[in-house]
Write a protein that binds this ligand. Structure first.
Ligand code: FES
Length: 104
């Protein structure tokens, strides 16, 4: 069975209030909530050196604080210029109230 990496409790994250986490062996990740679902993406913008968790959330889209580029939380696909490279999105499992990703 795949090994789960616990990132945080579900209660630690609310819409428009993401959490940056640093699991061993991974880049900085951020955990987001939208309509009761949790999403995990690389926290570094693919356009430059900015943490997405310092930016904004509007529904299922997150906006970079530097140049306003956006990504969809569900797919990681860019949705607003200047972001053109997808941000890595990690499948999430909720286990006993914890937001987890599967160890790669
Ligand atoms: S650094 Fe994120 S849009 Fe430019």
């Amino acid at each position: 069975m795949a090994e789960l990496i616990k990132l945080c409790a579900t209660g630690d994250v609310k819409e428009e209030s993401p959490l940056q986490v640093s699991p061993e062996g991974y880049p900085q990740l951020s955990v987001w909530e939208f309509e009761g679902q949790y999403y995990v993406v690389d926290d570094m913008c693919t356009h430059g050196m900015a943490w997405m968790s310092d930016g904004y959330q509007e529904g299922e889209e997150i906006e970079c604080p530097f140049h306003g580029g956006r990504f969809g939380l569900k797919t990681g696909e860019p949705t607003a210029f200047p972001c053109v490279v997808p941000i890595k999105n990690y499948p999430v499992t909720i286990d006993d109230g914890q937001v987890c990703i599967t160890k790669e």
